[in-house]
Design a protein around this ligand. Sequence first.
Ligand SMILES: Cc1cc2nc3c(=O)[nH]c(=O)nc-3n(C[C@H](O)[C@H](O)[C@H](O)COP(=O)(O)O)c2cc1C
Length: 345
Amino acid sequence: MSLTSVFPHPIVQGPTAGGFNTPAQIAAVSNAGGLGSLACSLLSPDAIRDQTAQIRALTDRPFCLNFFVQETPNPSADEVERAKEWLKPAWSSLGWTGLPTPAKWCEDFAPQFETLIALRPAVASFTFGILTVEQIQRLHEAGIFVIGTVTHVDEALAWESRGADAVIASGVESGGHRGTFIGAQENATLGTFELLPAVVAAVNIPVIAAGGIMDGADIRRALAAGAQAVQMGTAFLVCDESSIGAAYKQRLLTAGDHPTKLTRTFSGRYARGLENRFIQQMAANERLLPLYPVQNALTSPIRAEAAKRGETELMSLWCGTGVSRARALPAAKLVETLLAEISAQ
Ligand SMILES: Cc1cc2nc3c(=O)[nH]c(=O)nc-3n(C[C@H](O)[C@H](O)[C@H](O)COP(=O)(O)O)c2cc1C
């Protein structure tokens, strides 16, 4: 099936977990003929149902619900205490005498998956892992188009062989977390325009290009290299309807040539964002830190407090390498601008 039979224009608003996707943003992109996406990974089933209802009140066009495929971890008390100690420079700089242990490490995937099946969005996308053949069959029986995120060719072949309808080829330029689920995350180093043709040559299902795609010329280049669409995260993160906080947005819009970095210091999984003091302070122990989602849950109160205080040196400023080209526009205007740029020669 080609992607244009699912949504008309080759533009996917990338899901951006952290509460940044709003129903207004998603509906604006879908109403403009792209595909809006809601990052559901950090949401409870009730919150997913509630936000999906809000999207449906604003659009009858297809949209995407996005999830992390993950197991709920059970770290030892020792591991947690050690990780808290490593984080001391960050939490003590906020004036805290200790770091709380989170009530839970992540949302359980199984109830999220059942909620997804019941909600029957037109499209669902996944990252961090791969579904079973049976899970993909259940999504298909519910009429849901299934997309897997990949960072190298073996992962694309795995999703295709299990029955996925499309893959997102996510180059190393991408903002946010690497989706790698086969092999080491630090070995998935191909850039978007190296990964894309390799994945297009390897699979027979549609490929969506992601990573550093910021304008119509980038989209044209991706389509010429065999992509059927692009997924843009950073570009939509700064749009008017995104609920990104003012300090974070300001850092992105003034990023200039400030370096982005792949780091596992915030979450235990490699993710790209603007380099800051937190990343530098934690770099020495980076490889020893707990895996996602344990480190993510431990740093969450630090990042939330920093966001409240506008203290961007302690926040995860996720964005891709193309951040300096991000434009603060209403989401529908961004889609319209991109479409005009695609057709301009
Ligand atoms: C703040 C942020 C959060 C993200 N959260 C998710 C997510 O929850 N699920 C997902 O599949 N991708 C997530 N991504 C990846 C984007 O959907 C998209 O693939 C990526 O941003 C593309 O690269 P770009 O930022 O260079 O456009 C996130 C990216 C950012 C910047």
